[in-house]
Design a protein around this ligand. Structure first.
Ligand SMILES: Cc1cc2nc3c(=O)[nH]c(=O)nc-3n(C[C@H](O)[C@H](O)[C@H](O)COP(=O)(O)OP(=O)(O)OC[C@H]3O[C@@H](n4cnc5c(N)ncnc54)[C@H](O)[C@@H]3O)c2cc1C
Length: 470
């Protein structure tokens, strides 16, 4: 006989846990399936291990720049203790997995974990290890998997993906990164700072193709000044193994280049982890890249099946996946709430140094949506605190609707940018105007004051203002 529940969730990542917590708060009995390590990408091979290593690398980098502030030396060439560093990463991951997933699981009444690979049988049934399970509702939260580009010779190379690059036990001496997106810049700068020679090869004309061009340009300038090699407009031809080394053959313009390295890191995007799940048989519609298509309530094309998180491929970050999971569950158990996903105010950050962060419309996107936009781009060097801490690289770009002066988007590359963007997200959510931001007192001196200064810049020449003047 099939085991029964009110809700089946396939996956145990941040999306699945947020959904399960919401569902059990409605009193639902939930069955959660996990084929690998509990907690999914974010805790095991995403947010937490990457940010732990990035922070350690930042610490080393900062220590070597003390002379800038009149302290210490300017040349910290010390080699990191890789064994201790990676042990630290493992400890942080293990502790947080225990606290945030295992303990939460143990304390969540109504939730039962089933270990194994689940597959859809129909819109009410999944099968796992020969046993059938049924529920009125199914949530697909299988996440994503790194895309492996079809490069001739790849099968001979010991390449890394975002996942394996975060599980290394030894620092590579040199790394060539194929792709110039978020994973490439975050892990590229981190490994460079830990003493590895890093080259980033991007097929398109700029790094971070999805962010505002001013931010890409500023980041590329920072990375190259730091010593990373960046090549854009690259056409990849093949890869090869040369003894212990790997070689990437690529064209740039009319020139064929050969990049030799100890490891290749593939950072060519994410695909949905839907292989063998049975979507086609059940009739769940996917897009061109295979991501599951959903509406604003995260309903798939099949009644009774919802999907959320990386598997739907909207904004592939943990916070958005969690919110999508919650919206799906609210729709399942409390449809009259009229809840719906709103991606506009979702804040996103890229943890380079300085951090890149954004919320709301981009300039081209706002114009395409029909807004009569006004735009202000301000250098971070206009923020007094940036001078105090010696972090003046970067820009803040603000987009507003001209007739109403309502804020439409904030995009920045700035020291502490990931923290700053939360305020922008709140302002967008509350439909604030640039005047609201300009009239809000901010702590002086603080990097966050940059948002007020940039908002003031729509109507004033801020270079003529004294500190804290309005
Ligand atoms: C290197 C890196 C850094 C990142 N940094 C950040 C960051 O700083 N901040 C941020 O917000 N986001 C970050 N992200 C993105 C974030 O990790 C993901 O958006 C988020 O983890 C997706 O959660 P999910 O629950 O949708 O999927 P996942 O966490 O991938 O969970 C899916 C789970 O489903 C399981 N599964 C799949 N198929 C089956 C099946 N058939 N049966 C049973 N189980 C199955 C998988 O094993 C997996 O455990 C990062 C991602 C990467 C790769």
């Amino acid at each position: 006989m099939a085991a029964q529940a009110d809700l089946i969730i396939i996956g145990s990542g941040s999306t699945a846990f947020a959904a399960a917590l919401r569902a059990t708060s409605y009193g639902a009995r939930v069955l959660m399936f996990e084929k690998s390590v509990l907690g999914g990408t974010c805790i095991n091979w995403g947010c937490i291990p990457s940010k732990t290593l990035i922070h350690a690398a930042l610490f080393k980098h900062e220590a070597g720049r003390g002379a800038r502030l009149g302290m210490g030396r300017d040349d910290d060439n010390s080699t990191p203790d890789a064994e201790r560093l990676f042990r630290h990463r493992e400890t942080v991951v293990a502790e947080l997995r225990q606290e945030r997933y295992l303990n939460v699981l143990a304390g969540m009444e109504g939730l039962q974990l089933v270990k194994g690979t689940a597959r859809l049988v129909d819109s009410r049934t999944v099968t796992c290890d020969g046993q059938n399970y049924t529920a009125e509702r199914i949530l697909l939260a299988m996440g994503g998997t790194p895309r492996i580009p079809p490069l001739p010779g790849l099968e001979r190379c010991n390449y890394l993906t975002s996942r394996s690059a975060l599980l290394l036990k030894k620092l590579p001496t040199s790394l060539v990164i194929i792709g110039g997106g978020v994973v490439a810049v975050e892990l590229g700068q981190m490994y460079h700072r830990l003493g590895c020679r890093v080259t980033i090869l991007e097929h398109g004309p700029r790094l971070l193709p999805a962010v505002e061009p001013e931010l890409s340009a500023a980041l590329e300038a920072v990375l190259t000044a730091e010593g990373l090699k960046v090549a854009t407009n690259v056409s990849f031809c093949s890869v090869d193994r040369l003894g212990e080394l790997n070689v990437v053959h690529a064209d740039q313009g009319d020139h064929r280049h050969k990049y030799t390295c100890e490891r290749i890191l593939l950072a060519a995007g994410t695909l949905p982890a839907t292989d063998g799940i049975g979507l086609e048989e059940v009739g769940v519609t996917v897009d061109r890249k295979g991501f599951i298509q959903v509406d604003g309530q995260m309903r798939t094309s099949v009644a009774g099946i919802w999907a959320a998180g990386d598997v739907v491929g909207r904004l592939m970050i943990a916070t958005v996946g969690a919110r999508e999971g919650i919206v799906a569950v609210d729709d399942m158990f409390n449809a009259s709430c009229g809840c719906s996903m709103d991606y506009l105010a979702a804040p996103m950050a890229i943890f380079t140094d300085p951090e890149v962060a954004m919320a709301g419309y981009g300039e081209a996107e706002a114009r395409a949506a029909g807004f009569d936009c006004m735009v202000n781009v301000m250098p971070v060097s206009a923020i007094p605190k940036a001078h105090v801490v010696g972090q003046t690289d970067g820009v803040i770009k603000m987009i507003a609707d001209r007739p109403s002066v309502r804020l439409l988007g904030v995009h920045l590359i700035c020291h502490r940018g990931a923290d700053m963007i939360n305020e922008a997200s709140l302002a967008l959510r509350l439909k604030a105007t640039v005047d609201d931001l300009a009239a809000t007192m901010h702590v002086y001196p603080s990097i966050g004051e940059g948002l007020r200064l940039c908002a003031q810049g729509f109507s004033r020449d801020i270079s003529r203002l004294s500190c804290c003047a309005e």
